[in-house]
Write a protein that binds this ligand. Structure first.
Ligand SMILES: Nc1nc2c(c(=O)[nH]1)N[C@H]1C(S)=C(S)[C@@H](COP(=O)(O)O)O[C@H]1N2
Ligand SMILES: [Mo]
Length: 265
């Protein structure tokens, strides 16, 4: 009778242990029985903790989004500035990308040619002879050279002073025999950025610096910034620089970097 009971117990244990997918050795003693139950509980706990880690990132994402929404109003102004800067940057990035692509397609000789061409400042349109100045030719125009610390104000209120050296644009157009019919002058950069001025605006020799009443500046085509010449391998080495028309004038957007050509209409 006792043996029969033991036998039945043994079978029950066997069935129980085969139901659990444990790697535990199946030995028949009471100690192991409790172990199996313990392992089952651990499995449940493990499942719970897995669920927790799955759910957790979602909660964090939600929390982050709630935080973002809360502070959006406060940072709207900052974001505007960032967006605008990013737009400007992406225009530059796109040009950089397409420049790289082009470069890859070209032979070394062709690249050198392009750099050579980039050093020339082209003036086209209503001018006696469509003309192209290279850097050395411009540097020899002693009477036309102008240098100064130009004050800049951009659309976000950022201000600064930058030393530029270059050639007086109006005087350059005069020696190039600009037509009397000319009305507009457009300065076009390699990235497509351009600024159009009236002849009167380019003729004007008394642009101001709102922080310094003693100075009056012409519009210049600079080849040197902060005492360093632009590197032709980083784009056309010419930059249009102009002071302010009046106090508060946001003049920095007028500074056209990497000038490809000047078109007179
Ligand atoms: N070629 C080129 N020149 C440009 C621009 C541009 O996108 N491309 N952005 C203009 C604007 S809007 C500003 S505020 C100044 C920024 O000059 P920085 O890049 O030296 O700060 O460059 C101006 N000249
Ligand atoms: Mo700008």
């Amino acid at each position: 009778m006792k043996n029969k009971l033991l036998m039945i117990l043994f079978i029950i244990l066997l069935v129980l242990t085969s139901c659990t997918s444990n790697n535990n050795e199946i030995t028949v003693n009471s100690e192991n029985e409790t172990e199996v139950i313990k392992n089952e509980n651990e499995e449940i706990h493990e499942d719970e903790s897995i669920e927790e880690t799955v759910v957790d990132p979602e909660n964090k994402e939600q929390q982050k989004e709630e935080l973002k929404e809360g502070s959006e109003e406060q940072t709207e102004e900052d974001d505007e500035e960032k967006d605008a800067t990013q737009d400007e940057k992406s225009i530059k990035d796109n040009t950089e990308e397409s420049n790289k692509k082009e470069e890859a397609d070209q032979s070394e000789n062709k690249q050198d040619e392009n750099i050579e061409q980039g050093v020339a400042l082209k003036i086209q349109g209503l001018i006696e002879n469509e003309i192209s100045f290279n850097l050395n030719e411009l540097k020899e125009m002693n009477d036309l050279i102008f240098e100064a610390d130009f004050y800049s104000l951009n659309s976000f209120g950022t201000t600064g002073y930058t030393h530029f050296k270059g050639v007086n644009l109006w005087k350059l157009l005069e020696v190039s025999e600009i037509s009397h019919e000319a009305a507009a002058i457009t300065v076009i950069a390699q990235d497509g950025y351009k600024m159009t001025f009236t002849v009167e605006q380019v003729k004007k020799q008394d642009y101001i610096d709102e922080t310094n009443p003693d100075v009056k500046y012409p519009m210049i085509i600079a080849w040197e910034e902060k005492g360093v010449e632009y590197d032709p391998e980083e784009g056309s080495p010419f930059k249009l620089v102009v002071g302010q028309k009046e106090a508060g004038d946001v003049n920095k957007p007028n500074w056209v970097s990497n000038i490809d050509r000047i078109v007179i209409e």
